[in-house]
Design a protein. Structure first.
Length: 123
């Protein structure tokens, strides 16, 4: 699956009230994650993504526990959305990622390597 396929899937799953491109949404969500995930957590997820998207996680530098609310607020600020729409975006993007990687690798293996708050968004 290519990055473009993932962008289209994100766009197709969003409600009509969120009129943003899948590429922007995917990159901003992954950028927010990269600031919070520990390098080993990011590497586990990046290894399963198309290169263009995996590269978004290459400079992960998180050193503390990922907080769901903090992530949602960051995504909201990056995309100029309210928190409710930002949560929909996060769940949509992470859900698309989950479906894309699930056939290739046990999703449980990836979820176990991620902080609980992020794993819950991918469920």
């Amino acid at each position: 699956m290519t990055a473009d396929d993932l962008y289209r899937r994100v766009e197709a799953r969003l409600p009509a009230t969120i009129d943003l491109e899948g590429r922007s949404l995917m990159h901003e969500v992954l950028g927010a994650l990269a600031e919070r995930l520990k390098p080993e957590e990011a590497a586990e997820l990046a290894a399963e993504l198309p290169e263009e998207l995996g590269d978004q996680l290459a400079n992960a530098q998180g050193e503390h526990e990922l907080a769901r609310d903090e992530l949602i607020e960051d995504i909201a600020a990056r995309l100029d959305l309210d928190d409710d729409d930002a949560e929909v975006v996060a769940q949509t993007v992470l859900g698309v990622i989950r479906q894309a990687i699930e056939p290739m690798v046990s999703i449980d293996q990836v979820l176990e390597s991620l902080p609980p708050d992020l794993a819950s968004l991918m469920q």
